[in-house]
Design a protein around this ligand. Sequence first.
Ligand code: SF4
Length: 347
Amino acid sequence: MSSELTDIKSLSIDELTKELTDRLEVQKFRAKQIYEWLHKKLVTDFDDMSNISKELKNKLKENYYITKLEPVQVLTSKIDGTQKYLFKLSDGNVIESVLMKYKFGNSVCISSQVGCRMGCRFCASTLDGLERSLRPSEMLDEIYRIQSLTGERVSNVVIMGSGEPFDNYDNIVKFLDLLTDENGLNISQRNVTVSTCGLVPRILELAKRQLQITLAISLHAPNDELRRTMMPIANKYSIDEILHACKVYYENTKRRITFEYSLVQGVNDTMECAEELIHRLRGMNCHVNLIPVNPIKERDYKQSFAKDIEKFKNRLEKNGINVTIRREMGRDIQGACGQLRKSYLES
Ligand code: SF4
């Protein structure tokens, strides 16, 4: 993509209006029309903007480009209909997105970076490190393409695919604004979840914005010592610091915090771990999502036995903690994040 052209889909409606009126001397209402073509009608070509004059289309083409992801592979689960998309970006990189169909609507899990540098031991996305962060328009287009390809509305978005969203903080905030803008797809903030491995300063920064977005923390261990063996980020921020940031987030937003806890056989699924976790989370308005870990061939982590998962859940529940076991979606289509991309790159 030419570096002289501006990424039009990453501009907010205010920025677009300013750009078009100042730079191209276009009337204000045209900016709104163009914004709607991009973010509501989801066109990927200026020529498809039927109420825009040829002259203006030409001016737009001379100054801007429209981000468009190319689907290179779509896998559909025979078990639950989950679809995994592999998209190619304009620079040739590939990313994964997942469409999950629930009773309450369609939920898309997006990637926020190409690869990831956080190094969590149970994760396939990080095996080759970070390639680059995604722009707002690229994250939006994961959702826009899926909605266009399926013809079905996406109602929920989770930023839980490859990448650490808060390692791409400015673009994530911009993306959230665009995603929930009433002039665009208008997804309710309450239907958006952002998942982080615990970058404390960014959690506090997001808390200040007082959005109604659900914050999910990848916790995975009840103490720092164990967490450090699973997630290098635990060397930088302690669980105490993370929980303090979560309390601030809750005070500012009144949104219940979700804690993700991947259960690994013999590592963090013991009753001692359950007790420690209960002790840590006591008094917090939170929800624990237990995830039977998806084994990846490069690492030796095994999924906990079903009976141990059940025991862990029961112990938490008995102590008044809200807990669910995450249903494995798309188990037959390389469900774990980063697996499909990795096998595509290796093929
Ligand atoms: S779990 Fe998330 S933060 Fe950790 S390596 Fe994977 S993508 Fe990165």
